[in-house]
Design a protein around this ligand. Structure first.
Ligand SMILES: [Zn+2]
Length: 268
């Protein structure tokens, strides 16, 4: 069911955000001529489907979900531009005139518009040669698409409870997920952390991971590790899982917060 529901939800929110982005003319909405605020909004909205799928499947921000979100965000932004193209009246200035000539002329006119918006914020002694103007516009367009993709990552992180490292101003990344029925091994690992024995901890965790979930196992745990790539602090979430009539249920988890020293007890 999830295999159908996920793509449906993702497709629906991408289409919905593209429609709303076009409706409210967000594709070229900047703050101070630079910050692609409209593109960020489109990207964030397009990611809701990915977030819902993660919630419904009690999953994590794995690289596949991130990729789906980023492609969705960039696709939604491009779709907004195309919808704008279709919706531009032919008699509305330079951009409207380019609309009659075709999509590539429309894109060139949009790039020019973007360049003008940036140039308006440059000091008057700094004038760009005309050849460079169009490239400025194209780079600006690419930055917007990138902005939509970046916003998807942020949205997934915020809405799925990924920790944020205040010191280094970045979200933790998912280091790994392990499922295992070796509950004694887990207890032993936690003891090793509490007693500051990271080297042994690594070996114990590796054994715990290796044990895995045997076909007959009814109850086991899932351990998900998020880590700050700079200071190496981690958040470890431990969740009980069990199977009821073929469906895997996830219980309420508990969190361990580890500093860089404690994190050393987690193998790469
Ligand atoms: Zn950090």
């Amino acid at each position: 069911m999830v295999a159908i529901l996920g793509p449906l939800l993702i497709g629906a929110t991408v289409a919905g955000s593209a429609y709303l982005g076009h409706r409210f003319e967000l594709a070229h909405f900047h703050i101070l001529g630079v910050i692609p605020f409209g593109a960020l909004l489109i990207g964030a909205a397009a990611t809701i489907g990915v977030v819902l799928t993660i919630w419904l499947t009690s999953n994590y921000d794995t690289s596949n979900f991130r990729l789906a979100g980023q492609i969705g965000g960039a696709a939604a932004y491009c779709a907004v531009i195309f919808l704008d193209f279709l919706g531009t009246p032919a008699r509305a200035g330079v951009v409207g005139a380019a609309r009659v000539l075709g999509f590539e002329h429309y894109l060139a006119a949009i790039a020019d518009q973007e360049a003008q918006a940036i140039i308006a914020f440059l000091p008057s002694f700094l004038q760009l040669p005309p050849g460079l103007q169009i490239w400025t516009g194209i780079v600006a367009l690419l930055v917007e698409i990138l902005g939509a993709a970046v916003a998807t990552g942020w949205t997934i992180s915020v809405l799925t409870g990924v920790p944020f490292c205040v010191t280094n101003r970045r979200f933790y990344s998912l280091k790994g997920i392990a499922e295992s029925g070796d509950l004694d091994g887990l207890a032993e690992w936690e003891r090793a952390i509490a007693e500051h024995r990271p080297i042994e901890g690594r070996a114990i965790f590796a054994r715990f991971h290796m044990a895995g979930v045997k076909p007959g196992t009814r109850e086991w745990v899932r351990v998900a590790v998020h880590q700050c790539p700079v200071c190496l602090s981690s958040r470890v979430r431990i969740e009980p899982r069990h199977r009821i009539v073929g469906l895997v249920r996830t219980g309420r988890g508990r969190d361990l917060t580890l500093d860089a020293r404690g994190s050393a007890a987690i193998p790469d």
